[in-house]
Write a protein that binds this ligand. Sequence first.
Ligand SMILES: NC(=O)c1ccc[n+]([C@@H]2O[C@H](COP(=O)([O-])OP(=O)(O)OC[C@H]3O[C@@H](n4cnc5c(N)ncnc54)[C@H](OP(=O)(O)O)[C@@H]3O)[C@@H](O)[C@H]2O)c1
Length: 322
Amino acid sequence: MKAIVYKQYGPPDVLAMREVETPVPGENQLLIRVRAASVNRSDWETLIGKPAFVRLSGAGVFKPKKPILGSDVAGTVEAAGPDVSGFSPGDEVFGDVIWHGASAFAEYVCVSETAPLVTKPASVSFEEAAALPQAGVLALQGLRRVRETRAGDRVLIVGAGGGGGSFAIQLAKLAGAHVTGVDNTGKLDYMTSLGADQVIDYTRETVSGARYDRIIDFAGRRSIFGHRSVLADSGVYSMVGGTVPRLLQAATVGWVLSKLGPVDMRVLLVQPNREDLSALAGMVEAGTLVPAIERTYDLAEAPLALARLGANEAQGKLIIRI
Ligand SMILES: NC(=O)c1ccc[n+]([C@@H]2O[C@H](COP(=O)([O-])OP(=O)(O)OC[C@H]3O[C@@H](n4cnc5c(N)ncnc54)[C@H](OP(=O)(O)O)[C@@H]3O)[C@@H](O)[C@H]2O)c1
């Protein structure tokens, strides 16, 4: 099969399309013919091997352990091992295989049937389905940590023009919240087009003055004290991504600030699961959620997609069609 492979951490030119062995499903595994995969910031981080926690959390300290990237997948079950009971060849599925091999930038991927995979609704395209898993579930879980987002809540989404943010804006609006999106100058109109009531350009302005019931932070650049200063009483701050020092600060100082109350400030660790994937797909099927796909690339162009993400030029989701 064809796959985009790499042997060392580095920029997108360490990636190359190669002919590799097609994986053979084990007893409880599915072989999926990949039809679409999406590119996440986590793929970029695993490509370049930064921040350091990527290497320390299993990707490989000196060089990548796995030669193929890609954790969001949509495709057709090609074959199933003898112990698989929930899926059959021909089923159209999608899901998040980040903890199950994460090698979706290829024609085929082998995944345990226990992975967060669900049936793709027929009216949802493979590209739309591939856009959902990581970014959509992060947004969904960010909006309901501690409590569900309610109508009238003031929600601040930091990094709202990126992959997760594009879902968070739409989901917060669906909940009836007032949404403020923060991102760079080039993404202001884009955030408004997704439904943001108010937008802030982080390159020109620091968020101040207002108080927010919920902050979802996909960027993780600002000090936790800065976020605390704009969090309402009983407000919830969830740090989704960011620099290592900021993540450590959120995990430690955030814990202390939460103990002091009346706020809750934590790092959100995504829990990929089938219920959330099905809920997102159902919303796409119903037309209430639209995956914000900026561009679609062929498999051979995967390095270009990663380069666009790495250069911080992408708005919403980039898809690789296979
Ligand atoms: N917590 C978890 O369990 C978990 C799981 C998976 C992934 N993640 C992490 O989640 C993070 C975000 O994911 P994503 O896919 O949404 O990333 P993304 O597509 O890269 O979006 C991040 C956005 O934040 C913007 N940004 C950068 N600095 C900013 C600032 N100071 N203020 C406001 N916005 C700023 C970026 O714009 P620019 O173009 O200007 O940089 C970009 O639009 C990644 O770091 C990823 O590793 C977390």
